[in-house]
Design a protein around this ligand. Structure first.
Ligand code: AMP
Ligand code: ZN
Length: 460
């Protein structure tokens, strides 16, 4: 039985899909005005673990992800600059920038072995659906128009905002110098569905026609419109990082539920942040590290995947280079152990059960890794070990099969020396590691440490 922590009820719940054996999964995608940082990527890794665990449980997953390429303002609310327009340029240049960062994002997730969503769609490709949704909200009087924008009328919903402990009566818009409050808003928490080309956004470059004149959509409306278009309403699971607990997700819920009178999604899962020096890693803080920086320092991207697996998705993870190094050593050690296993056959049932219990306990990937290591060190048959490990890798995504294939043509005695050397390196006994390397070389092999682990070649 798969249990998930639902942010709506703040409880662990048994997962029950709407349709038997099928799951609709919606993931808020990146705002493509810059490279994704490894904090963002931690969230996409958690969502990948979730998706793979659903598949492991026999569900067919229909996964949808948006790309935010308009309307996400620097304040996350109704103030500040459109993040996409900060760099300047005309509409074509802004869209070229969006394409560049979308491609970079997709390349990053491929390197991390994150499965691409079945539908990956940009907000700017779905403006018609967003306009239609705003029309419905106006018709049903959940929205109103001022000279500057169309707003959602939060006071019309008894339970706004969902997912957060904040109360509507306590909510005030922060008194910051760059906050331009529309004096005609009915409530400070009312949020924009559509910005007109007026006031601060008079010269906004990205613009589309609408019944309220040319303008552009707010950030939240894209996800309401696109999730409904591709998954229907309600759908099963909606995910994002914890910063979406307010305002983005409560606003999505408000829009969709007000317009159609049914829940938007049944389960809401939120991943905790990656921290750097005890603060959130954020593009806007300028304290971020990209996957490319890790690669430039000769780290295999899968070492970062391993690191993400070691910490539960609902716990914060403090970024350090040392912890990445530890993850890399553990991963390479694992690869070395896997490379000596016999052809896969059968399976280690007890360990498979323990693995399943771990992943189905709200994605306890750290415990799942512990099961992997217990299996490696167990007395199980070599072929059974390999069979189970390859099965586990459907969830872990650490490319065990490649590690095994890489070691296939190497004599067992040499592989044993490599394992011992990995062990010595992990224990920081570099003298012993060097001595083992000499033995390997003396036996006629060259050992190279590469970004993907180690590579052994026969000397000729
Ligand atoms: P953005 O590109 O800012 O829209 O964010 C993309 C995703 O990354 C969202 O799901 C955010 O919740 C998530 N996110 C942003 N900062 C962090 C962080 N420091 N750690 C983990 N996830 C984050
Ligand atoms: Zn969203």
């Amino acid at each position: 039985m798969l249990k998930l922590f639902n942010s709506l009820s703040r409880k662990l719940e048994e997962f029950k899909p709407i349709k038997p054996k099928e799951v609709g999964l919606y993931t808020c995608g990146p705002t493509v005005y810059n490279y994704a940082h490894i904090g963002n990527l931690r969230t996409y890794l958690f969502e990948d673990f979730l998706r793979r665990i659903l598949v492991y449980n026999g569900f067919k997953v229909n996964h949808v992800m948006n790309m935010t390429d308009v309307g996400h303002l620097s304040g996350d609310q109704d103030f500040g600059e459109d993040k996409m327009e900060k760099e300047g340029g005309d509409a074509a240049e802004i869209m070229t920038l969006a394409k560049k960062y979308t491609d970079a994002f997709l390349a990053d997730i491929d390197k991390l072995n994150i499965l691409r969503a079945d539908v990956i769609a940009p907000a700017t490709g779905n403006i018609v659906e967003q306009v239609e949704l705003i029309k419905t909200l106006l018709e049903k009087r959940f929205a109103y128009e001022t000279e500057l924008a169309i707003y959602f009328d939060v006071a019309r919903l008894a339970d706004y905002p969902k997912l957060t402990n904040q109360k509507l009566s306590d909510m005030k818009v922060a008194a910051r110098s760059d906050v331009i409050i529309d004096q005609n808003k009915k409530h400070p928490a009312d949020f924009a569905l559509w910005f007109k080309l007026a006031g601060r956004y008079k010269n906004h470059i990205l613009r589309w026609p609408s019944p309220w004149g040319d303008g552009f959509p707010g950030w939240h409306i894209e996800c309401s419109a696109m999730s409904r278009k591709y998954l229907g309403q309600p759908f099963d699971i909606h995910t994002g990082g914890v910063d979406h607990l307010f305002p983005h997700h409560p606003n999505e819920i408000a829009q969709s539920e007000a317009a159609f009178g049914v829940p938007l999604a049944n389960y809401w899962l939120h991943g905790e942040h990656l921290l750097i020096n005890d603060g959130r890693m954020a593009k806007s803080e300028g304290n971020f590290i990209t996957l490319q920086t890790l690669i430039d320092r000769e780290f295999n991207p899968l070492a970062f995947r391993y690191l993400a697996l070691t910490t539960h998705y609902r716990s914060r993870l403090n970024w350090t280079w040392e912890s990445l190094l530890g993850a890399k050593n553990a991963l390479y050690n694992l690869y070395a152990q896997i490379s000596v296993l016999e052809m896969a056959a059968g399976g280690a049932k007890e360990f498979e059960q323990a693995f399943e219990e771990a992943i189905n306990d709200d994605l306890n990937t750290a415990q799942a890794l512990a099961v992997v290591w217990d299996l490696i060190h167990s007395e199980e048959e070599s072929s059974a070990k390999l069979a189970s490990l390859l099965k586990f890798d459907q969830v872990l995504g650490l490319k065990f099969k490649e590690a095994w294939i890489a070691g296939r043509d190497i004599p067992a005695a040499i592989k044993q020396l490599v394992i011992e050397r990995e062990g010595a390196r992990a224990a920081k006994d570099f003298q012993k590691a060097d001595e083992l390397r000499r033995q390997i070389e003396a036996a006629g092999f060259t050992l190279e440490d590469t970004i993907d682990g180690w590579r052994l070649k026969k000397k000729f």
